[in-house]
Write a protein that binds this ligand. Structure first.
Ligand SMILES: Nc1nc2c(ncn2[C@@H]2O[C@H](COP(=O)(O)OP(=O)(O)OP(=O)(O)O)[C@@H](O)[C@H]2O)c(=O)[nH]1
Length: 433
């Protein structure tokens, strides 16, 4: 028996054992972790229901950004207490729901467009005083601000790269192929006087498949739940019809809308000036901030601007949390990113990844993941001649995962075909969409 056959046999044994356990009433401990990644796979495989509260919670967590919606009748609905852009799941540090009146105060602007400074407490009963420079003057800000912000814009505008630059840890998949982002991944910026929760969305585009439609719904749902929206315009591309379309969609929203001109390292000052003018004529943005996520230029200024427009609110997440995305989802994204490397033109949107199992043994984390493609021909592309490509995918992903987890990693990748999964509602559910 070859090593591959042995691994497959072990997988089958593990699956059978899991099914038996679930049939017997669900698993505890490690199962909960597995459910978080597989929460997506779990429901599709018919394991979600029996898992009861745990599976529902895990499934909802994967769908925290709204993929799960209001529940699909399969025990995968969003569990109470789990976060979304509008329902922060982790208990706020100090009590009290964030009120809309907080938003009204926080988001109010004076005639000059500068943020006005409410002199009220922070909702915790512990008013804090902060000073920051604003347009050359020192402003006293007595409030604690917390809330959700997201970057939107046409595909490839640089949203994920910007999110990563702000959070300082690789949490969102990036690539030079449009529509790479599928998951809503939150990153959290902690400041003494504020907490900024960043939500990452796919680019809005004309849908060609069921997956495309669901992604667009997801974007709109997130938009309606965030406090500040940064519309990204890549500086190296002219403002176009797509940008106009997105801007027109924003008019009805409650959120403060700012413009972010991205990738400014790619253009000269003259081109940038013209671009800023074109952007300003598109919509009545509260602010326009030019940035480069690659050089870091103005990234902190952008955070200041986003924070300024957040509502007054208690802290939403504990201090040490950087993202609320389950580790397995981050890992699956890193594997998907690695698998896309070099084959983006052939199968840019056909790859999905599910982490089936993760276990820690001493200083080693063992990860078993399935890589789904839509057709047999794609399977051969991903595996490559004599498995060489798949090996490369694995070792690249392993290095990234080791960085994320801070442990040594054993990664077992298996390529499977899920025929036309982007058009098949059952498969989409299984893969977490
Ligand atoms: N030079 C330069 N390149 C950038 C910058 N920001 C992003 N990029 C590149 O632009 C490409 C797209 O970036 P992403 O962050 O994946 O774009 P996105 O808007 O999240 O894309 P979708 O997931 O398709 O919506 C990648 O190749 C990035 O490396 C920047 O500030 N400067």
């Amino acid at each position: 028996m070859t090593a591959g056959e042995r691994n497959e046999l072990r997988r089958q044994e593990r699956r059978a054992a899991r099914r038996a356990e679930d049939a017997a009433g669900g698993r505890g401990g490690a199962g909960a972790a597995r459910g978080a990644a597989g929460g997506r796979g779990a429901a599709g495989g018919g394991r979600g229901g029996a898992g009861g509260g745990r599976s529902a919670g895990a499934g909802a967590r994967s769908g925290a950004g709204g993929r799960g919606g209001a529940g699909d009748g399969q025990g995968r609905g969003r569990a109470a207490g789990f976060p979304s852009a509008s329902e922060p799941g982790r208990k706020p540090r100090a009590g009290g729901e964030r009120g809309r009146d907080g938003r009204a105060k926080g988001a109010a602007r004076d005639a000059s467009g500068e943020g006005v400074t409410p002199r009220t407490g922070n909702g915790n009963g512990t008013a804090r005083t902060h000073r920051h420079r604003e347009a050359g003057r020192v402003v006293q800000d007595d409030v604690y601000r917390a809330g959700f912000a997201c970057f939107v814009g046409r595909p490839n505008a640089g949203k994920s790269t910007l999110t990563n630059a702000i959070i300082g840890q690789k949490i969102a998949i990036t690539s030079n192929k449009p529509q790479t982002t599928r998951h809503v991944i939150r990153g959290i910026v902690h400041r003494e006087n504020a907490q900024l929760v960043l939500v990452d969305t796919p680019g809005l585009h004309r849908p060609r498949t069921l997956l495309g439609e669901r992604l667009n719904d997801l974007v709109r749902e997130v938009w309606s739940e965030t406090d500040v929206i940064g519309v990204c315009f890549p500086a190296d591309e002219p403002v176009g019809r797509g940008d106009r379309f997105i801007s027109s969609e924003l008019a009805e929203l409650k959120a403060t809308v700012i413009a972010v001109v991205t990738k400014v390292d790619l253009v000269d000052p003259g081109t940038l000036a013209k671009h800023l003018l074109a952007v300003s004529e598109l919509y009545d943005f509260a602010e326009i901030v030019p940035v480069s996520a690659v050089s870091g230029h103005q990234v902190q200024t952008l955070v200041d601007v986003l924070v300024k427009h957040l509502p007054e609110s208690p802290q939403l997440y504990p201090d040490d949390v950087l993202t609320d995305e389950p580790e397995q989802v981050l890992i699956a994204e890193l594997i998907r990113e690695s698998a896309l490397e070099g084959v983006r033109d052939e199968l840019p949107h056909s790859i999905a990844v599910l982490v089936e199992e993760m276990m820690v043994e001493g200083g080693l984390t063992k990860i078993y993941a399935d890589l789904y493609v839509e057709r047999d021909s794609q399977k051969s592309i991903v595996i490559g001649s004599r498995g060489v490509r798949l090996k490369e995918v694995g070792s690249r992903a392993r290095a990234e995962i080791e960085q994320l987890l801070g442990t040594r990693v054993y990664l077992d990748l298996h390529v499977r075909v899920a025929k036309e999964w982007q058009r098949d509602p059952r498969q989409l559910r299984k893969l977490g969409f």
